[in-house]
Design a binder for this molecule. Structure first.
Ligand code: SAJ
Length: 408
């Protein structure tokens, strides 16, 4: 019988200090856990050990500073022995959309020498079906320890929305999937020490698929909205009005079209299901294709408008994949700016107040005032709050492409 988990007597080793690992590590530290965070990047480790952060997320700077100053959170490049290991590393796609699980493999192998009897190992990275059982378990659990008896292995997919991570990491309901029933129970006990939402227990494969289904559901629904935007353009009607009107039906709730779907989650995770079950995932695949094609339509539209100017200057507002974050991963906004550059559509004036020039040097990042002043065409790509506030007077004097419908 395992003793109950008391945060102040428990050590946690978090593998991967990115968008999920760092918020999770700092929340656990403030709950009283002694947390050791591990990242392969020495610059990330150094930044965190100085009480600073390398990503933008509301209130994370304060939380990390206080966790580091109080000594509850430390970072390093190699894992240390702990009671609980949480793996929060990236699970990207390769060019052919097959999953690249090398980071999970690397993290699992790295902890194996320090895993001891009584430990709980949780994979939080969004993963294809069976990753917990077939990759984490064999690579992370040392010989001689029986899973479900001496050591516990589970999957607990993260579900937080960038921009709201610190709230959602605590408030969201969580699904924990144990490799055995005892593993699920142990993981549930752990999450219940810091999550205020419900912690629901299932098996590891069901937990993996639940997460993939959540993001595929959203992708399919955004694809529907994006398809409507193409139809509406062709029919010369306003897609935003169309959706507003249709959404007045009590059982219709269409999402918003946009320049495409980005981020490291929704544009990646559905492929895990498609890759695993290619013959059973036609709708999910098509949704991916519809959303992936949207940036090309935007580039073509801007190119057509630009062709009416002698030497057009095109203001590109936003590079991040969604509002008020600095995350450029799989960003359709960035893809559109690159597409405009490749097609030599005109001079590009790029502005993103959330992206720092040390993070991105492909285009010079210009102040908003300059872009508004000098552009013939303004293309709204990311609906950052700074762009929503642009006076309508300024917009009336320009040709405008509003991919997010925020300037209506
Ligand atoms: N988008 C639209 N139209 C919409 C909503 C979103 O075009 O109506 C676009 C956004 O601009 C962005 C992309 O979709 O480019 C994804 O944004 P998002 O806010 O929908 O989701 P993410 O990727 O930031 O976070 C998702 C969330 N999943 C769900 O809402 C089902 C989050 O809860 C997950 O934890 C996260 O993926 C993840 O880590 O998997």
């Amino acid at each position: 019988m395992q003793k109950a988990i008391n945060p102040t007597e428990t050590t946690v080793c978090v593998m991967g200090l990115g968008y999920i690992g760092l918020p999770t590590a700092s929340v656990l530290a403030t709950k009283g856990y002694q947390v050791f965070g591990v990242d392969v990047r020495t610059d990330v480790v150094d930044t965190i050990n100085q009480g600073k952060i390398h990503i933008e997320e509301p209130d994370l700077d304060m939380l990390v500073r206080s966790a580091v100053n109080s000594g509850q959170l430390k970072a390093g490049t190699k894992p240390q022995p702990a009671d609980i290991f949480i793996i929060c590393v990236p699970t990207p796609n390769r060019e052919d959309h097959s999953p690249d699980l090398s980071y999970v493999e690397h993290a699992s192998k790295a902890i194996q020498p320090v895993v001891r009897e009584g430990n709980l190992i949780v994979l939080e990275s969004t993963s294809p079906p069976k990753t917990t059982d077939e990759i984490v378990l064999p690579l992370a659990v040392p010989d001689g320890l029986t899973v479900g008896e001496h050591v516990y292995v589970a999957h607990c997919p993260e579900r937080v929305l960038p921009g709201r991570i610190l709230l959602e990491v605590v408030q969201n309901d969580r699904v924990v999937g144990g490799v055995t029933a005892a593993c699920g129970q142990r993981a549930q006990e752990f999450y219940e020490t810091f999550v205020t939402g419900d912690v629901l227990v299932t098996n590891s494969v069901a937990a993996e698929v639940t997460k993939l289904v959540e993001n595929s559901y959203r992708d399919v629904n955004i694809a529907f909205a994006n398809e409507l935007s193409l139809m509406a353009d062709e029919l010369e009607i306003d897609v935003w009005e169309l959706i507003e009107l249709a959404n007045r039906h009590p059982r219709v709730n269409i999402l918003s079209p946009g320049p495409g779907v980005g981020g490291h989650c929704i544009s990646v995770d559905p492929w895990f299901l498609v890759h695993c079950l290619p013959n059973l995932t036609k709708l999910i695949r098509t949704a991916r294709e519809v959303n992936d094609s949207k940036p090309h339509h935007v580039v073509a539209h801007v190119a057509e408008l630009a062709s009416k100017f002698g030497s057009p200057r095109i203001g590109c507002l936003g590079l991040a994949y969604k509002a008020n974050v600095d995350d450029l991963r799989e960003s359709p906004s960035l893809e559109i700016v690159r597409g405009l550059k490749d097609q030599s559509v005109g001079e590009l004036l790029v502005c993103d107040p959330h992206v720092r020039s040390e993070q991105f040097n492909e285009f010079p990042l210009l102040p908003l005032d300059q872009v508004l002043e000098e552009s013939h065409i303004l293309v709204l790509l990311t609906d950052h709050r700074q762009f929503r506030k642009i006076p309508r007077r300024t917009l009336q004097e320009r040709v405008v492409v509003d991919t997010r419908g925020v300037w209506r």
